[in-house]
Design a protein around this ligand. Structure first.
Ligand SMILES: N[C@@H](CCC(=O)N[C@@H](CS)C(=O)NCC(=O)O)C(=O)O
Length: 218
């Protein structure tokens, strides 16, 4: 029997929860190794050997270690092409290119404003840090502009890369979950008809519900 892959970090991490959602979609067995970030365990020499930037997640499959959540997801899909959701990373070069295009859009356009808002609105209060109202306003404006592009795209197709749920949609789940639930910013998404419909659909997947449960019980 294959050894389960190892994922290092706390489920509350957005980047780690992207990998967890992918593992659930692909029905791949894994072992979650907790890393106590409040104690700075992610900056300790042992952890830096597997994640040299001192961030979570880190991922291990047999003797190979990987970091960067989106790359880890692509690896899981390629290695386990025949397991679980077989369409998650497409089935031909053109589908993969379209999925990659929207994963890039997530990483380059959606993530910068949305991760700043997640930090400012959800994590700063928990960590008793002062919020920065100017950064909140600027990033809300930036996110609105990005979502206008999404609204148009999602008026043309059911999901970002076409009519199948893919890694591109999945990549948006972690930040959006925090903005909709913990940061009281659901309206940014639900006020747009197509984006709201898309969010309802992608957040109702069993894979994502399992991740949300893991976050609640961690
Ligand atoms: N691009 C990286 C981002 C990783 C990242 O920013 N992780 C955060 C938690 S969600 C972290 O480790 N923050 C602590 C730090 O940067 O010191 C990925 O997708 O894996």
């Amino acid at each position: 029997m294959a050894t389960p892959v190892k994922v290092y970090g706390p489920p509350m991490s957005t980047a780690l929860s992207r990998v967890l959602a992918c593992l659930h979609e692909k029905d791949v067995e894994f072992q979650l190794i907790p890393i106590n970030m409040s104690k700075g365990d992610h900056k300790k020499p042992e952890f830096l050997k597997i994640q040299p930037f001192g961030q979570v997640p880190a991922f291990q499959d047999e003797s190979i270690t990987l970091f960067e959540s989106r790359s880890i997801c692509r690896y899981i899909c390629e290695k386990h092409a025949e397991k679980g959701n077989k369409r998650l990373y497409g089935t031909n070069p053109l589908e993969k290119a379209s999925i990659d295009q929207w994963i890039e859009a997530e990483g380059q356009s959606f993530n910068p404003p949305s991760s700043t808002l997640v930090f400012q609105l959800a994590f700063a209060p928990r960590m008793k840090l002062k919020q920065d109202p100017k950064a909140i306003k600027q990033n809300e404006d930036k996110l609105q502009k990005v979502l206008e592009v999404y609204e148009k795209r999602l008026g043309e197709s059911r999901f970002l890369a076409g009519d199948e749920f893919s890694l591109a949609d999945l990549s948006h789940l972690p930040n959006t979950q925090y903005l909709v639930t913990a940061a009281n910013r659901a309206e940014i998404f639900t006020s747009k008809q197509n984006v709201g419909r898309w969010w309802d659909e992608i957040s109702s997947r069993d894979s994502w519900k399992k991740v949300v449960e893991m976050q609640k019980s961690s």
